[in-house]
Write a protein that binds this ligand. Structure first.
Ligand code: ZN
Length: 148
């Protein structure tokens, strides 16, 4: 155990420099030493790697200024599925509407007919990919249920 000549803390003999300020036992300061307080925060998720980021469910994607073209992307089984898909797409930054109505009214309107899920034309390919994934998972789940 040695005492740091600069800040006076006790340092384990296995350390060549003071753990607190980076000074050696001889009093030589390391100009590159960065204390934990001054170090840059370590990013858990490098920017750009969106797949590992937590879902931004509170962050509503913004509609672009009109005009924008909507294309039909999927026909959900019912309003619950439509709402689920609208939410999943929103998490991926894709705006989707079901039948062009506000989701709030859907429960009352949609039992009468199959909703249509629409997305912007430029998002169509990405939306289709996500919806296909959803359908595959749904089929797998159904297969599980039928196996019992
Ligand atoms: Zn020190």
């Amino acid at each position: 155990m040695w005492i740091c000549p600069k800040c006076g803390v006790s340092v384990e003999p296995s350390f060549d420099v003071c753990w607190s300020c980076g000074t050696t036992a001889d009093g030589v300061e390391d100009p590159t030493f960065v204390t934990a307080d001054n170090a840059d925060p370590i990013e858990d998720h490098p920017p750009g790697d969106l797949r590992n980021s937590p879902p931004k469910s509170t962050l509503e994607p913004e509609w672009p200024a009109p005009p924008f073209e909507l294309v039909e992307c999927y026909r959900p089984r019912d309003s619950a599925e439509a709402k689920f898909l609208v939410d999943r797409l929103a998490e991926n930054g894709i705006m989707a509407v079901a039948n062009g109505t506000h989701m709030g009214n859907m429960e009352y309107v949609l039992p009468l007919f199959s909703p249509r899920l629409e997305v912007r034309a430029e998002d169509y390919a990405r939306a289709r990919g996500l919806v296909d994934e959803f359908e595959l998972r749904k089929k797998a789940r159904r297969a599980d249920v039928e196996a019992f």
